[in-house]
Ligand binder design. Structure first.
Ligand SMILES: [Zn+2]
Length: 338
């Protein structure tokens, strides 16, 4: 993966880039997979092209579209799939204003409700010119899509990360685009979703027997990461049962709990969000569970005030988008020893 000199960071930033995961099937990876740095991808055959997810800002989505066009030779994708409504996956929808957007029925409602709200909360992020473009073709459980010779199955697996998660499964190539139902080397986040539902979704994905998985954040991985996440959710559920029984608040439980191997994953403080969800599901059942997401996010920031970096602007001089400021052409030659 290429790195570029970034004058604001005064250092090298790993550029987003394409990775071929099957014949004509590509992941587009935003490093390092932290908040808002999601993955997308595309499936290509002849003059047919289907895109899977966009990016958080107009700039990043245009970089993705340019890379895709260079690689595929196709300028206009016919279809854009949204794996769920979150801003990092859908804010670039309007950059693909010539494609039909496909998603779960609940995703459309969530995209409309979300609007461009995060742009008000983070005025310093270089959002670019964004327009809300909600999904147009909706399904409930399963939709089949052909892209040339490629057959893709769009499968609803929610609620898991959110209420409206779908995965894109290419059975012949055994490639799975997991959306945010799976990250690689980063802590899960049930952000409007479900802990019990996440376990169900992970088992559904495991039963598909994928060869390669493009997670929603982090590098391309194999099916062993599904087992790692099943282990994490067992850990969450067991901790919730024990600490709820002991009468601990979610925040106190999270403060006391040794995360063991999971402390190595990116954003371990998301543990408290997941614990909020697990508490509610134990108390009221997964269907009736209600989590005050704003309060849960506040608890996460109590555990790690720098977690949601671009929301805590006072901690930084300014939020700089590492990709929109990549310098091209005149970057210093990288010293491999540096
Ligand atoms: Zn998400």
């Amino acid at each position: 993966m290429a790195s570029s000199w970034n004058k604001f960071y005064r250092g090298y930033v790993e550029e987003p880039g394409l990775e071929e995961v099957g014949d004509g099937i590509y992941a587009y990876l935003h490093h390092d997979g932290s908040w808002g740095l999601n993955n997308s991808g595309f499936v290509h055959s002849g003059h047919e092209l289907a895109v899977i997810d966009t990016a958080l800002t107009e700039d990043r989505t245009r970089l993705f579209r340019e890379a895709m066009t260079r690689r595929s030779g196709v300028d206009k994708p016919q279809v854009l799939i949204n794996t769920h409504h979150h801003s990092d996956h859908t804010f670039g929808n309007s950059v693909f204003d010539d494609a039909c957007i496909v998603a779960h029925r609940l995703c459309r409602d969530a995209v409309v409700k979300q609007g461009l709200k995060p742009t008000d909360q983070d005025p310093i992020v270089p959002w670019g010119s964004l327009k809300v473009r909600p999904p147009q073709l909706l399904f409930d459980e399963k939709l089949e899509l052909y892209v040339g010779d490629h057959r893709a199955e769009l499968l609803f697996v929610g609620p898991a990360h959110t209420s409206n998660d779908i995965v894109v499964w290419l059975p012949e190539e055994r490639v799975l685009f997991a959306g945010d139902v799976l990250f690689h080397d980063a802590t899960p986040i049930t952000h409007g979703g479900s802990t019990a539902g996440s376990v169900r979704a992970l088992n559904t994905m495991k039963a598909l027997d994928p060869r390669v998985i493009v997670p929603g954040h982090g590098t391309v991985c194999g099916p062993e990461v599904l087992d790692q996440w099943l282990g994490y959710f067992s850990f969450i559920t067991d901790t919730a049962a024990r600490t709820l029984d002991a009468g601990l608040s979610v925040l106190d439980a999270a403060r006391q709990q040794d995360l063991g191997e999971y402390a190595e994953w990116q954003h371990p403080e998301r543990f408290v969000l997941n614990l909020h969800r697990a508490y509610e599901e134990l108390k009221n059942g997964p269907e009736a569970a209600f989590v005050d997401e704003a309060a849960a996010f506040d608890d996460m920031l109590r555990l790690n005030p720098s977690s949601y970096g671009h929301r805590i602007i006072k901690d930084r001089e300014a939020y700089i988008d590492p990709y929109s400021s990549i310098e091209r052409g005149d970057a210093p030659v990288r010293d491999p020893e540096a």
